[in-house]
Design a protein around this ligand. Structure first.
Ligand SMILES: [Zn+2]
Length: 615
């Protein structure tokens, strides 16, 4: 075990005493330690900087080359992002052909001036948004190397996420702005070109110094180290703003994160609120007629909102969280978000909630989002829906996700969720797949396992796998352990295929004093079956048939009389439930009454007794 791991484990153990990190047989993962100094010229929007990167190779492999992301190069006419946006069906309305029209002083770029490993200069090639570097000294397993890069860049006019002068007038949204080393994991290198979406990075510590004109307030995804020097703008006391004559340098540190974002505007105000039990929430926004009304209410609701998020989904992993006006829409970064700030009150709360939940599924768990966007956007959407229902005191429904899934399924454009985020043929198939179908993963698991069991498992997943880049199989196994079930069949069909589910009540009849309910599995996806019978006296009875291949069954903890019937093997299209009742005793029979299965046709799931219907 090398020193770097010991330090990492020690700092993790220090921060998260309850984190069960020992005894887990985790995969190896790489580690980074960035020290970045950057200086931005606010007259021409160009910057120059120096990046020292200590890169630790914890893999069993010798690395002969490394890759960096140069994301800003996407904002140039003819880039992969530009061409893809002009060719894809239903392009993102924020991008369209805007990149193709950028002038030289409006484009973005990021380019090395020099790059050294130790004392020797390195050869490299710039391939669009990727920098490919040949090392002079291979990095042996379990060793570190120091890479020093001088770089320069230009902040593009705001197109997507990053850029200058967004539509709300925020001067600088600086996401994906520095040379960021690609992740190397059990699947090898991930030098993903920046085409549209999703990020993946190496965990480590960032020490970032940003020099900028003195009238700017800088907000970032890290803890400010020199508040007294860059004051007074960071004070929320309303004290008079110091009129610096020269540039000032903001110094931030972010520990155990996989990315670093910052934003700057002369007019930012900074407010904070402490959530009991953590974190401290920071808000940076520009006050105007609209935001003066909406942001204070957002701030006021955060303690209640975040306390619920902590309790239901596991404790937020850092001491601070930064909500910063900037970018477009909302985008998540470790311990922070960039959001547009002039929307409606409900929209502002909703986007903050959504982006903050990414601190769980993208910030702390950080699956490879390009490969498994459903594990980030989907889980985030699910958690957001539950939290919204909690705040509004309504019942949780994922109707919108289901309706979107249904529309996609019927459109013929559905693609399996194993599709790479940038490779979907349409933005709709990606959006509905990652967000809606992704949110229906936890929703269906709650149906299969039982809601309480699922949420315990969901928290177990978070606490067990945070800071370890879980994959779908890690998620599946932890679900299986908690549910005491085998769940391959669910993941294989819902994630890996475009198969649909359609169970139906085909016939209800009376025979020899018994009621026979004939069920049919009309389509390809199997699920455990729940049938609710409502008797004419108002009583209800549930009949439950697990799938044989589940090797387990769900426990119900409501008051409804439940009868468990033999398992239904998926190869059998037909099944019959026999009730020791007369037909006239029954008013209604419903298959999957809670809509937990994502049945594509619920119209054939209900039988209403014609003789009792009008009574
Ligand atoms: Zn999201």
């Amino acid at each position: 075990m090398n020193l770097k791991i010991i330090i990492l484990l020690t700092s993790l153990a220090y921060q998260f005493v309850s984190l069960p990190i020992y005894g887990q047989n985790f995969r190896w993962q790489q580690a980074v330690d960035y020290t970045i100094k950057v200086s931005l010229n606010v007259d021409n929007h160009q910057f120059e900087g120096h990046e020292k990167l200590i890169y630790t190779n914890n893999s069993p492999d010798t690395l002969y080359r490394v890759f960096y992301h140069l994301y800003f190069n996407a904002f140039q006419p003819g880039s992969m992002m530009d061409v893809r946006s002009r060719n894809i069906e239903y392009p993102d309305s924020r991008v369209m052909d805007r990149i193709s029209k950028l002038k030289l002083d409006e484009i973005g770029y990021l380019t090395p001036i020099s790059l050294k490993q130790g004392k020797s200069a390195l050869e490299y090639t710039i391939e669009g948004t990727i920098l490919a570097v040949r090392l002079t000294k291979p990095i042996l397993p379990h060793t570190s190397t120091e890479l020093n890069m001088k770089f320069k860049g230009q902040v593009p006019v705001q197109i997507r996420r990053s850029g200058r002068d967004n539509k709300e007038g925020i001067d600088y949204s600086m996401a994906q702005w520095y040379p960021k080393i690609s992740e190397y994991d059990a699947q090898g290198w991930h030098p993903e070109p920046y085409i549209a979406r999703e990020f993946y990075g190496v965990w480590g510590d960032f020490d970032v110094s940003i020099t900028i004109a003195a009238n700017y307030v800088v907000a970032a995804s890290g803890i400010l180290q020199n508040p007294n020097k860059v004051m007074v703008k960071h004070s929320q006391s309303g004290a008079k703003i110091q009129d610096h004559k020269k540039d000032i340098t903001y110094h931030f540190i972010a520990k155990n994160v996989h990315d670093f974002m910052w934003a700057a505007d002369p007019d930012y105000v900074h407010k904070t609120i402490q959530v009991p039990g953590g974190p401290k929430m920071h808000f940076f926004y520009v006050e105007d007629e609209k935001t003066r009304e909406t942001w204070p209410q957002l701030i006021a609701i955060c303690p209640k909102m975040v306390a619920y998020m902590n309790k239901q989904f596991g404790q937020y992993a850092y001491s601070d969280f930064f909500v910063i006006q900037g970018g477009d829409g909302g985008m998540e970064y470790p311990m922070s978000t960039l959001i547009v700030g002039r929307g409606t009150q409900a929209g502002l709360i909703s986007v903050t909630m959504h982006e903050m939940f990414h601190s769980w599924y993208q910030g702390a768990l950080a699956t490879n989002e390009s490969l498994y966007p459903w594990m980030d956007e989907g889980f985030t959407t699910y958690a957001q829906t539950l939290t919204k229902a909690y705040l509004n005191n309504t019942k949780t429904k994922l109707n919108r996700s289901y309706q979107r899934y249904l529309a996609l399924a019927n459109s013929g454009k559905q693609e399996p969720l194993t599709t790479h985020a940038d490779h979907y043929n349409t933005n709709t198939a990606y959006g509905t797949g990652a967000y809606s179908m992704g949110s229906l993963v936890p929703y269906q698991l709650a149906y299969i396992m039982g809601t309480d069991t699922f949420h315990k498992a969901f928290r177990d997943y978070y606490y067990t796998w945070r800071f370890h880049h879980p994959t779908p199989t890690d998620f599946e196994r932890i679900m299986e352990k908690n549910a005491y079930m085998v769940l391959d069949w669910f993941f294989l069909d819902w994630i890996g295929t475009t198969k649909h589910l359609d169970y139906a009540i085909s016939e209800v009849s009376e025979n020899n004093g018994n009621v026979l309910i004939n069920l049919i599995n009309k389509n390809q996806r199997p699920m455990p079956v729940e049938v609710m019978v409502t008797y004419t006296n108002g009583n209800k009875e549930r009949f439950y048939m697990p799938l044989r291949m589940m090797r387990g069954s769900k426990k119900f903890n409501d008051d409804i009389l439940t009868t468990q019937l033999p398992d239904w093997p998926w190869t059998n299209p037909l099944n019959t439930i026999s009730l020791n009742h007369k037909l006239s005793d029954i008013s209604k029979i419903e298959l999957d009454p809670d809509h937990g299965t994502m049945d594509i046709d619920y119209s054939n799931n209900v039988w209403i007794n014609p003789r009792t219907a009008h009574e």
